[in-house]
Design a protein around this ligand. Structure first.
Ligand code: ZN
Ligand code: ZN
Length: 211
């Protein structure tokens, strides 16, 4: 009986020792292969982002320009600007102009086909010209107040033709652009202003490739 107890004690001590030895044992030296494997587990493979699907909007109708004029008039001028005529000019190379005698704002079609994002800016700029005819200090102060730019009348990029011309396979609408459109659909045809693969714009002409 006593002998058995001693044996158990000895086994216990042995277990304990084994346990301790195991715990304090240094980790196995990392081999090149384990390093490579661990690195691969840590690193996620780079996947390039999907091109963003966009809708290329054609220039708004003149009626829309009048609406925006009214909006800006109330927003920035307390509705005090007089009613003026607004029209697109197909020949004008500049962004816009204001004719004091005719009380007419002209919006350059070519310019905004290439820089569609600047349309509101142009409208606001020409609206200031109703009050300040020249780009005077007073004009600049107004431009700063309402967040319009004091731009040169002719954008340097306009002396070059657009680099890319895209077209809608459905309606034939052309979209001249200085930058590449990766995944854009026609704004006239895409329902709800959302990208629609059926109306994805195709590259018709490119200056680089010369097609
Ligand atoms: Zn101006
Ligand atoms: Zn279309």
């Amino acid at each position: 009986m006593r002998k058995n107890k001693t044996k158990k004690k000895a086994v216990k001590a042995l277990n304990y020792d084994l346990f301790r030895i195991d715990k304090h044992a240094p980790p196995a030296p990392a081999t090149l292969y384990t390093e490579i494997r661990e690195h691969a587990e840590r690193t996620t493979v780079y996947t390039p982002p999907e091109p963003e699907a966009t809708v290329a909007t054609p220039l708004p109708e003149v009626a829309e320009l009048y609406l925006r004029y009214d909006q800006f008039n109330w927003l920035y001028f307390r509705g005090r600007l007089p009613q003026v005529r607004i029209e697109y000019s197909g020949r004008m190379m500049s962004a816009g102009s204001y004719d004091r005698r005719a009380k007419l704002i002209k919006v350059g079609r070519k310019y905004h086909e290439i820089f569609p994002g600047e349309l509101n800016d142009t409208l606001k700029h020409e609206m200031i010209h109703i009050i300040h005819y020249n780009h005077s200090a007073a004009f600049k102060a107004e431009a700063a107040r309402i967040g319009a730019s004091v731009k040169a009348s002719l954008h340097p990029a306009l002396s070059r033709p657009p680099r890319y011309i895209y077209g809608c396979p459905q309606c034939g609408m052309e979209y001249p652009r200085q930058k590449r459109l990766v995944m854009s659909s026609c704004g006239k045809c895409s329902p709800g202003g959302r990208f629609d693969a059926r109306y994805k714009l195709r590259l018709l002409r490119s200056k680089k490739r010369g097609i």
